[in-house]
Design a protein around this ligand. Structure first.
Ligand SMILES: Nc1ncnc2c1ncn2[C@@H]1O[C@H](COP(=O)(O)OP(=O)(O)OP(=O)(O)O)[C@@H](O)[C@H]1O
Length: 221
């Protein structure tokens, strides 16, 4: 699903990723840890085909990065970033119906998607009147609705209360169960290890494989 080698990426003129290698197969979840500013969000944007690499080679869902092939696979990729992708003036249901229409999905599935994330009763509320946690859950409903082959999550637990953390696991497992793949960026090492099959730390622009979960909180990044 993802196979990149020697990836180099600049943000503006600054080199952020250097000689990065990553391979993630069908049904796999890869976790990314790393200090602030290491380039974790940048990596997700490259994998979402929103940013072109300046060096290296790679494919995402079979499309070569940096070529027009990526247009074909974009509808099969979901990036859930720091900021909600919802339109503030539309209700949650209207937002999801819009997403369904854009992605060729059946709008009739929207109430069920909202139900899965516990937002059915808030379906008629405008996004601008929702809490951060509700917006995050609505973004996860987007994943439930569109069933992406590749799910890219950037700090998915941020803004969620502890009782809602299981929703992140749920959407990741749904993608995995359909033979898709996910890359999850987070600062909470135990959560990443709980979700992922393999974990890497982004350091000096490249991914370093981690082979064990840190035992002590003092070792968490
Ligand atoms: N819009 C931008 N303009 C200029 N520099 C940027 C921009 N976005 C990111 N950068 C720089 O690119 C580098 C990588 O940023 P990125 O957001 O990918 O890191 P991160 O690992 O996700 O950080 P964090 O853990 O703080 O979210 C940082 O040095 C940052 O300053």
């Amino acid at each position: 699903m993802i196979a990149v080698a020697g990836l180099g990426v600049h943000v503006g003129r600054t080199p952020v990723l250097r000689a990065l290698d990553l391979a993630v197969g069908a049904g796999q979840v890869y976790g990314v840890l790393g200090p602030n500013g290491a380039g974790k969000s940048t990596l997700l944007r490259v994998l979402a085909t929103l940013l072109r690499p300046v060096a290296g080679t790679g494919t995402v869902l079979g499309a070569r990065l940096g070529t027009d092939e990526v247009r074909v696979v974009r509808p099969s990729i979901a990036l859930i970033g720091h900021d909600s992708a919802l339109h503030p003036r539309l209700t949650l249901e209207e937002n999801l119906r819009h997403v369904a229409a854009l992605s060729g999905r059946d709008g009739a599935a929207v109430p069920d998607a909202l139900e899965v994330v516990g937002l059915r009763r808030a379906a008629g509320r405008r996004a601008e009147h929702c809490s951060q946690g509700m917006l995050r859950r609505a973004d996860l409903a987007r994943v439930v609705l569109t069933e992406p082959a590749l799910l890219l999550l950037d700090e998915p637990h941020a803004g969620l209360d502890r009782s809602s953390f299981g929703l992140v696991d749920l959407v990741v497992q749904r993608v995995r169960a359909r033979g898709g793949a996910a890359v999850v960026v987070a600062h909470d090492a135990p959560r990443v290890w709980a979700l992922a099959d393999r974990v890497g730390e982004l350091l000096d622009g490249g991914l370093v494989a981690l082979h064990r979960q840190p035992a002590a909180e003092s070792e968490w990044r």
